[in-house]
Design a binder for this molecule. Structure first.
Ligand SMILES: *Cc1c(COP(=O)(O)O)cnc(C)c1O
Length: 393
């Protein structure tokens, strides 16, 4: 019912009212806050989660170790300390047990990310969070329109849910949103919005350069960690991290693009699903990998993902496929190495060293998806059968 524009919070404009009503009814929620990024939505979710605590206490939020760094960056801006839960080695997503393992009396929130379009039933986690006074936040950035295995929409269980509609996500028309299930929490958000001092937003050129710098930094540090698993990257990362804070808070100005984009969702998801089925058909049992299959039950494939069996050869393998002209990525890194090495997450570390993501969005044709799979098959076998050379050994 509120939109964060450059001029501050305003009532949801007419162009988004119908969509808002639909989302709130599908998700059984009380409030939507439209904003420019999921990062901004996360910031407000954390602010709400942290608003209960005593100021002297260092309050914590439990985050998945296997995702982009944005949720942790936003937590620090909102004044919460990120803690990291290790992942299920088969999916990369956190489990109730891995969340329990890092819980403390200072935990105020738990973020569950539906990763790559995979989903999970969250009843148990939601129940456990409720009993421990922690707010469960769902991150739907990679699972817009997905269902959980028990048939609920992803995003319909947590006390809050964040969305991203920015480039590389499922809808790419720009924007983000925070959904709040409960009326009291929604009221508290309005109170906070009314007294929040408005941050200064960097202009487009400055933002572009900062974003580029941030991406390069992330890639550089991940590459170093690949080479030297024991190297400390946290100290230098945490020292420069505040320089990127201004990127996280962004208003939503292009309402009409979002309203138009929304109506494309069903057909976008169908085209993605069709490409995922092709990948599955061509790659299943055809190379040194196992395929992640959660997209089939969720109905949403963000990136088609496989776990490569020879982690030492992952970079050579993906580089060979890129040289053939195809998008493949292995971008996410185990996040505690950036933010909090004490929370070591060995399963996420191993997952990050094996994951390969393939594009199934509208930037690739069905034909190029087929050819990409052929390239993977050729380079997969040869990379996995080459003995890796270990630098320094
Ligand atoms: C991309 C992404 C975000 C951040 O989205 P923005 O709209 O760019 O802020 C947050 N969480 C997840 C899981 C994402 O994939």
């Amino acid at each position: 019912m509120t939109l964060l524009s450059s001029a501050g919070p305003v009532r949801t404009p007419d162009a988004l009212l119908g969509i808002e009503e639909q989302v709130l009814s599908d998700m059984n929620a009380a409030e939507l806050l439209w904003c420019g990024r999921a990062a901004t939505a996360l910031y407000w979710a954390y602010r709400l989660a942290g608003s209960e605590g005593h100021r002297e206490e260092e309050l914590e939020v439990i985050l998945p170790a296997m995702v982009c760094a944005t949720p942790a960056m936003a937590a620090l801006v909102a004044g919460l300390t990120p803690r990291f839960a290790d992942c299920d080695p088969a999916t990369g997503m956190v489990t109730l047990e891995s969340v329990q393992a890092v819980w403390t009396a200072r935990t105020r929130a738990v973020l569950f990310v539906h990763l790559y379009g995979q989903t999970a039933d969250l009843d148990q986690l939601a129940h456990w969070c409720h009993e421990h006074d922690a707010i469960l936040i769902e991150d739907n950035a990679q699972a817009l329109g997905a269902n959980t295995p028990n048939g609920l929409p992803a995003g319909a269980t947590g006390a809050m849910t964040v969305y991203s509609f920015n480039p590389t996500k499922i809808l790419e028309c720009g924007g983000g949103a925070l959904q709040i299930r409960d009326g009291d929490l929604a009221l508290k958000l309005r109170e906070l919005l009314a007294i929040e001092r408005r941050p200064s937003i960097p202009d487009a050129d400055r933002r572009a350069l900062l974003s580029l710098s941030y991406r390069n930094l992330h890639h550089s540090l991940v590459a170093l960690r690949r080479l030297s698993p024991d190297l400390d990257i946290c100290t230098s990362f945490m020292r420069v991290r505040p320089a990127y804070e201004s990127l996280l808070i962004r208003p939503l100005d292009d309402v009409s693009a979002l309203a138009a984009g929304w109506h494309e969702l069903a057909t976008i998801l169908e085209r993605r699903f069709e490409k995922a089925e092709i990948c599955c058909e061509l790659l299943e049992d055809e190379g040194p990998w196992s395929l992640l299959a959660g997209w089939r039950t969720s109905g949403v494939c963000w990136r088609f993902s496989l776990l490569f069996d020879a982690p030492d050869r992952l970079v050579a393998f993906s580089e060979a496929v890129r040289r053939d002209g195809f998008h493949v990525s292995n971008l996410y890194w185990e996040l505690s190495s950036f933010f909090r090495p004490e929370d070591a997450c060995p399963r996420a570390d191993r997952f990050a060293r094996r994951i390969v993501n393939l594009w199934v969005d509208d930037s690739v044709s069905v034909d190029s998806v087929r050819r990409c799979c052929e390239s993977l098959k050729i380079h997969g076998e040869s990379a996995a059968s080459t003995v890796a050379s270990h630098p320094g050994s």
